[in-house]
Design a protein around this ligand. Structure first.
Ligand code: SF4
Ligand code: SF4
Length: 232
């Protein structure tokens, strides 16, 4: 159907495949979708982690916990989380700005193709490191990879050097073709644990107080040694 010479793309079905196609068009390297639900296991883990003081001075993690564990409390009528990844190589120095502008471009395409009511008209629904969202977990929920022993999200092809961004949408996407489960995991590797200069990775937890990256941003050791980053 056309209006003058401008094609109107409203014939596309709301599917994972079509959302991913639009995400790739705006430049993302990978895309997945997950149904909104409360992240009960993560809530338990994080509450315990924070109670032990392992979050160091990241006091903000003590606030907005309910919203962080359940996107339905962030955006009314939230149905699905669209998760997109951009590799470090293509994000430039100001990755926040780059990923956000790509997310807004995707948001505009989603509304154009699937209707304005696909996203909230009243609430922030585009996120990049900027709201109480457990981003790494949503990457896993969206079928994009797994969380490694270095406590980073790892995409089996792109590795861990990726920036995630999310759009919460208000319509249900059928997910029968969801690419679960991700077969690759760390198995018996522990290169990152051995390479960490401070012992911040131990006993299956990440101790932010000991992590150089948390304090200064100048350590990627546990990602550099990871075999999943070697082929990039
Ligand atoms: S960033 Fe550096 S200090 Fe922090 S866990 Fe990784 S290797 Fe250890
Ligand atoms: S270095 Fe090995 S153990 Fe660590 S995250 Fe990568 S694959 Fe997993």
């Amino acid at each position: 159907m056309c209006k003058g010479d401008i094609p109107i793309l409203t014939h596309l079905k709301l599917t994972l495949e079509n959302i991913c196609k639009l995400a790739h068009e705006v430049g993302f390297d990978a895309c997945g979708v997950a149904p909104v639900h409360r992240l009960d296991a993560d809530a338990l883990f994080m509450d315990n982690w924070i109670a032990q003081g392992l979050h160091g001075e990241m006091d903000y993690l003590e606030r907005n916990c309910d919203k962080r564990y359940d996107p339905a409390l962030l955006v009314p009528n939230a149905q699905m989380v669209v998760v997109c990844l951009l590799h470090f190589d293509r994000s430039g120095r100001d990755y926040h700005r780059r990923v956000k502008s790509m997310l807004y471009a995707l948001d505009a395409k989603l509304r154009e193709v699937f209707g304005d009511d696909i996203v909230s008209q009243t609430h922030q629904h585009v996120f990049c490191d900027s709201a109480p969202m457990l981003e790494r977990r949503w990457c896993v929920e969206a079928g994009l990879g797994f969380i490694g022993k270095n406590h980073q999200f790892i995409h089996p092809v792109l590795g861990s050097m990726v920036h995630p961004g999310e759009i919460i949408i208000n319509k249900v996407v059928p997910l029968s073709d969801k690419p679960y489960p991700i077969a690759e995991t760390c198995t018996d590797c522990q290169l990152c644990i051995d390479a960490c200069p401070t012992g911040a990775l131990r006993n299956d937890v990440w101790d932010a107080r000991e992590c150089i990256a948390y304090a200064t941003h100048h350590c990627l050791q546990c990602q550099i040694v990871c075999p999943f980053n070697k082929h990039i």
